[in-house]
Design a protein around this ligand. Structure first.
Ligand code: NAD
Length: 332
């Protein structure tokens, strides 16, 4: 049994990472400031430190109170649109908070660090599926902030021996099939929950951005990876760190168009997805699909829930059972 620190463990992906670690019999401590996460996403019996990663003293205290075998760093600002409006804030917070955690870990002798990175480090790819060899040319400050941290971690390995795994997630989707956690973002910007919430009448009709892409049905194609598969990748990657730092692209390896996602929601729910077609959104590439071949070859990881209908079904069940997400919503 090992003990792990999960920053952002009250958030969407983080809460599923926590469940996966607990299921594997490990001890977990969650650090989160609840800025976008939820107290209701915390698991009973898991020590919780309510603090910001900006607070170095709080971080030192956490590492003084527990010894960790590795840290999983998920806490971040992660809205691409907001990052375009507040580039300096995104770069400052995502980079300095991630560095605070890395410095505190190194100081305490915890030399394994798993970073939640993103497909956004690649910007508009020249080729799909996107491999680790693709050029990293982010087209928004969010992607840049993650790329800067990836680069800082490379230097931290050579100078301090801190071994890192940068996991470039594509689109996290779905919910714990046992119903213990799910997605609750405010605002919700992801396609699958937006399509589900529109179908449930909790959001306005789904806006389809672009129907004239050079794709089979004209809508944009993305790679949706089940959030429990992402979580499992965090455990699968750890043994690799014994040999040094790694970077992996993490996706389902298959793309689904907006229309295909809507059709999956309709099959799962038995209802029509209210929607309206509109023009493309600036900066949206037609196709973003990961090659996770390296991750699979080097760690043995495989997606357990690759089918779009299964991904949508777990998300649908979560939203139906949690009409107010994790808590009571304020009236708009
Ligand atoms: N959801 C996706 O599809 C996706 C895709 C690619 C990458 N990622 C990355 O995965 C990570 C998790 O994403 P998510 O969708 O679960 O986001 P989320 O907003 O649901 O979770 C982030 C968590 O971090 C906490 N947090 C934020 N700033 C903090 C701070 N300064 N100190 C302490 N806690 C703080 C929030 O309260 C929240 O609980 C992020 O780093 C994101 O960039 C997510």
């Amino acid at each position: 049994m090992a003990r792990y620190l999960v920053s952002g463990g009250a958030g969407y992906v983080g809460s599923h990472v926590v469940l996966t670690l607990l299921d594997a019999g490990h001890e977990v401590v969650v650090l989160d400031d609840l800025s976008t996460g939820h107290a209701g996403a915390l698991q009973e019996g898991v020590p919780f430190v309510k603090a910001s990663l900006a607070d170095r003293a709080a971080l030192d205290e956490v590492f003084a109170n527990w010894r960790f075998d590795a840290v999983f760093h998920l806490a971040a600002l992660s809205l691409v649109g907001d990052s375009m409006k507040e580039p300096l804030r995104y770069c400052r917070e995502n980079l300095s908070n991630s560095i605070n955690l890395a410095e505190a870990a190194v100081k305490a002798g915890c030399m394994k660090y798993v970073l939640s990175s993103t497909a956004a480090v690649f910007g508009v790819p020249r080729e799909v599926p996107i491999t680790e060899a693709a050029p990293t040319t982010p087209v928004n400050p969010y992607g840049l902030s993650k790329l800067m941290m990836e680069q800082a971690l490379a230097w931290a390995e050579s100078a301090h021996g801190l071994r890192s795994a940068c996991l470039r997630y594509f689109n996290a989707a779905g919910a714990d099939p046992k119903g213990r956690a799910g997605e609750d973002h405010e605002p919700e910007t992801h396609l699958i929950p937006r399509a589900i919430l529109a179908t449930l009448g909790r959001l306005p009709p789904l806006h389809v951005f672009g129907t004239d892409y050079e794709t089979p049905d004209g809508t944009a194609i993305r790679d949706y990876v089940h959030v429990m598969d992402l979580a499992a990748a965090h455990v699968a990657v750890l043994p690799r760190l014994d040999g040094g730092s790694v970077r992996y692209n993490l996706g389902n390896g298959r793309g689904s168009s907006v229309r295909e996602v809507m059709a999956a929601v309709e099959r799962v729910s038995g209802r029509k997805v209210p929607h309206e077609d509109g023009p493309r959104r600036a900066g949206d590439p037609p196709v973003l699909v990961a090659s996770s071949a390296r991750m699979m070859a080097e760690t043995g990881w495989r997606p357990r829930y690759p089918e779009l209908d299964r991904i949508v079904q777990t998300a649908w069940e979560w939203h139906v059972k949690h009409p107010a997400g994790y808590g009571v919503r304020q009236a708009a």
